[in-house]
Structure formats: structure tokens, C-alpha cells
Design a protein around this ligand. Structure first.
Ligand SMILES: [Zn+2]
Length: 309
């Protein structure tokens, strides 16, 4: 009899009797409660997914259209707005400009107010950016090959201190060396107290890769179906390159260099810019998310200008 009772006692792993603190009724109630809790949790799980996991739902800050994009497909140059066809670069330029104009707030374009007198000059801006900014600020786009002309490497004196903001997006990788002239040119056309908003494709390397440092008199010829750059250096030496990289098609879009982010900052400081901001922060609500923390908009100020300037 005693043995039977002993066998009914719960034992721990070394065989010692364990005192059961719960009556069978309490244990049952506890089990019931825990099952009910699990059921409640289960009932609160989403019944079906409206969008696949990893999708960013956002409203375009240029056209306002709601979009849903796989975050890993959020590439710098892919058209990720189904409304206006804006790319990450386009939306990030608008977001960076908004943050600068509206005390750090990234507002969609249709909420911009009170900036219609702001003089903004574009350096060969994309049509999409030109049209968008043209609705809100006193905007002029300029070109190297058509009116209104602006050679950012050698701006005409009438452009000096002519704008509050200069937008220069993906241009400086195409201007002939030495690139310092373009940085100085940009500083000259912005009034003291104004600022530059620029983008260029960048690397995390220490130094900018200058593809044709001795470019002087050059032309691009076709040979055996390939584009070849033939250059005569200032010393009269002839050199040829056949590994040309073009952006968006052959012609004036030859890639002259691949900037290193570190060098970009050095270039800006050397040309007299200050308060350089690397705008890598995401704005998920407006479709701005950088998978790489470079390639991003950079804002740099031109010192000077008094209060209210
Ligand atoms: Zn859009």
C-alpha cells in the first residue's frame, strides 16, 4: 500500500519526491486559462497579408501617388514611382531640399509654402525635377549645350551670386578635369548665405578615381564597333582609352571620374563651401531609403550673407 502511494508522488530528476503545490482542479483551470490566452493571441494575427513582407509602402513626395516597392529593389536610378516615374535620387533631392527649407521637415511638394521667391538654379536637371521645383520656387534650369547656357566650370559673370540654391545632380562625374573648376564655379553662382544641393555617384574608397587626368584635346571615335577616346595631353603626348563608361547613352555623358565620398568633401571645402551635410537619412514615408550610405545628396553652404540674406 505504502509503495503504491510512493509511486504516485511526482519526483524530480534524481528521484526525490516533489511536493505538488496545485490541486488537480487548480492545475486544470491554469491549463484552461493558458489555452484561452493562446487562442486570443492567435485571433489577433493578421488573417492575410495585403503586401509581401519587405515591401515599403510610400507616397511619392513629387506626385503624391501611393506606391509599394520591394525595399531591395529601391535602386538609385530605377523608376520606383508608378505615378511620375521618379527615382530614389529624384525623391531624395526633393526630401533634402525640403529639410533644408522647412526646419528639418521632409514635406511632399504639394505642402511646400512660402518659398515662391526662392531663386533656385538647376545644372542640367532632369525634366521631372525641373517641372516639380518650377511649381514651387523661382526655378531656372540651365544647360551646357542650349539656352539658358551655363558652363559650371567657367560661369559667365552675370551668373555670379545669382541664386539662393544651386541644384547639381549627377553632373560633376561628367565634367572634364580638373574638376576643381566646377566646384569653384558652383560656389561662385550661389550668393553668400545660399547653398548647394548636389548628387554624384560615389564610392567608399579613399580617393576619387579620375579616369582621364591628362585630358586636354580629345575626341571619341568609333573603332571596330567600340568607342575609343583619343587624347592629346598638354605636353603633346597621344593617349587612347577604350574602356569608356557612358551614362544614359553615348555622347556627352562619358563618365570622367568616380568620386570617393571623402574626396567630395575635400573638393567642397577647397572651393570655399562650409557646413557640409551628407543626407543619408531615410524618409520611408516618401520612398527615400538608401541601401548604400553614399551616392546620397550632399548639401553645402556658401559662407556669408547677413541675417535675412
Ligand atoms: Zn511620383
Amino acid at each position: 500500500m505504502e509503495k503504491l502511494e510512493a509511486d504516485n508522488v511526482d519526483r524530480d530528476e534524481v528521484g526525490r519526491p516533489v511536493k505538488n503545490l496545485l490541486s488537480p482542479r487548480s492545475a486544470f483551470m491554469l491549463l484552461l486559462g493558458s489555452a484561452a490566452h493562446e487562442l486570443w493571441h492567435f485571433s489577433r494575427l493578421p488573417k492575410a497579408r495585403k503586401v509581401p513582407p519587405g515591401t515599403l509602402q510610400y507616397d511619392c513626395n513629387i506626385c503624391g501617388r501611393p506606391n509599394a516597392v520591394d525595399l531591395t529593389a529601391m535602386e538609385r536610378e530605377s523608376r520606383t514611382c508608378l505615378g511620375c516615374g521618379s527615382t530614389l535620387r529624384h525623391r531624395s533631392v526633393v526630401a533634402a531640399l525640403s529639410r533644408k527649407l522647412f526646419a528639418g521637415r521632409s514635406l511632399p511638394l504639394d505642402e511646400w509654402e512660402g518659398v515662391d521667391a526662392l531663386k533656385v538654379t538647376g545644372v542640367s536637371d532632369a525634366e521631372l525635377i525641373a517641372r516639380a521645383l518650377g511649381q514651387k520656387v523661382a526655378y531656372t534650369n540651365t544647360f551646357f549645350h542650349q539656352a539658358p547656357f551655363l558652363d559650371i566650370c567657367a560661369p559667365a559673370p552675370e551668373y555670379f551670386s545669382s541664386c539662393d540654391v544651386l541644384v547639381c545632380s549627377d553632373v560633376l562625374e561628367h565634367v572634364p578635369p580638373p574638376v576643381d573648376r566646377a566646384f569653384e564655379g558652383m560656389r561662385k553662382v550661389i550668393r553668400p548665405g545660399g547653398f548647394l544641393l548636389m548628387t554624384v555617384p560615389c564610392t567608399a574608397l579613399e580617393r576619387t578615381a579620375e579616369h582621364y587626368p591628362d585630358l586636354h584635346e580629345y575626341r571619341i571615335i568609333e573603332r571596330d564597333g567600340r568607342s575609343v577616346l583619343v587624347n592629346r595631353t598638354a605636353e603633346g603626348r597621344i593617349e587612347e582609352f577604350d574602356d569608356l563608361v557612358f551614362h544614359g547613352g553615348p555622347g556627352e555623358t562619358l563618365e570622367m571620374r568616380l568620386f570617393a565620398m571623402n574626396d567630395l568633401e575635400r573638393n567642397l571645402r577647397r572651393a570655399g563651401f562650409s557646413a557640409i551635410e551628407i543626407c543619408a537619412q531615410p524618409d520611408f514615408r516618401h520612398g527615400v531609403y538608401w541601401q548604400r550610405p553614399y551616392d546620397v545628396p550632399v548639401v553645402a553652404s556658401v559662407p556669408g550673407g547677413g541675417p535675412g540674406a
